[in-house]
Design a protein around this ligand. Structure first.
Ligand code: GLN
Length: 264
């Protein structure tokens, strides 16, 4: 009886010890691995269809969100996405709080002084949205003498500041610009064309229209720390791979419909 008991105790002790060790050892390994395998992503999640929140979904939605998750997967990593205001994205990179920024961000010479960009992944440009009954704004030059809402820190803000006589009102979020237009606090909103398209056609917006003139051609890129050449190479290789294996096209079609050949 005594023998059986001590045998049982031994078994129990061994199991306990093994599990204990396994747990602790595994824990340390996993957390080290996690750090190396997590791609910390910053994005201003207010820019449908590139990045937005859908109350019925747990994860952030949009073209950029799908793309960065696919790119991370291709690099053997998991994307951990943080929502940061657009004008705080480059500072977050510089403070090393995130590894990359994907946020419909246009590659500009000014930004290139502070960050590295991946190869371009989407071509956009700027358009104007006005209220339905607006007759006096037909092009960008007509914004002179008008009140115009833009998102702070964007290429839209920069371009509208160049139009002499235009009064610029800057907002933190793009949806705030549209609200101000509807509330008649401004005469127009200048913003990226694909986001304006989505606002007009998909979000059920009423009482507003988009002017067809497009200002500038802008390439979106993924931003990284200025000295992170290694990540830039890895990201560009992963992006190339997604173009080759059809994954990019799949994500593009999901959000924008059929892809024209020159974009492949
Ligand atoms: N493409 C514009 C820019 O880079 C706007 C981006 C945004 O508002 N998310 O400035």
């Amino acid at each position: 009886m005594k023998k059986v008991f001590s045998l049982l105790m031994l078994c129990a002790f061994t199991v306990f010890a093994l599990v204990g060790c396994g747990g602790a050892g595994g824990g340390a390994n996993t957390s080290q691995k996690d750090a190396a395998k997590t791609l910390r992503v910053g994005s201003s999640v207010d820019f449908a269809p590139f990045e937005f929140q859908d109350e019925t979904q747990k994860e952030y939605q949009g073209f950029d969100m799908d793309l960065i998750r696919a790119l991370a997967k291709e690099m053997g990593m998991d994307a951990d996405i943080q929502n940061i205001g657009f004008d705080g994205l480059i500072p977050a990179l510089q403070a090393k709080n995130v590894d990359v920024v994907i946020s419909g961000m246009t590659i500009t010479d000014e930004r290139k002084q502070n960050v590295l960009f991946s190869d371009p992944y989407y071509q956009a440009g700027l358009t104007i949205i006005v209220r339905d009954d607006e007759e006096s704004i037909k092009s960008f030059k007509d914004l002179s003498g008008k009140k115009v809402a833009v998102q702070i820190g964007t290429t839209s803000a920069e371009e509208v500041h160049k139009i002499e006589g235009a009064e610029v009102k800057e907002f933190n979020l793009v949806p705030d610009c549209f609200m101000e237009l509807k509330a008649k606090g401004v005469d127009a909103v200048v913003n990226d064309r694909p986001v304006n398209d989505y606002y007009i056609t998909k979000s059920g917006a009423t009482g507003v229209k988009q002017i067809s003139e497009r200002l500038t051609a802008e390439d979106y890129g993924i931003a990284m720390q200025k000295d992170n050449k290694e990540l830039q190479e890895k990201l560009n290789a992963a992006l190339k791979k997604l173009h080759e294996n059809g994954e990019y096209e799949k994500i593009y079609t999901k959000w924008f419909g059929e892809m024209k050949d020159e974009k492949k």
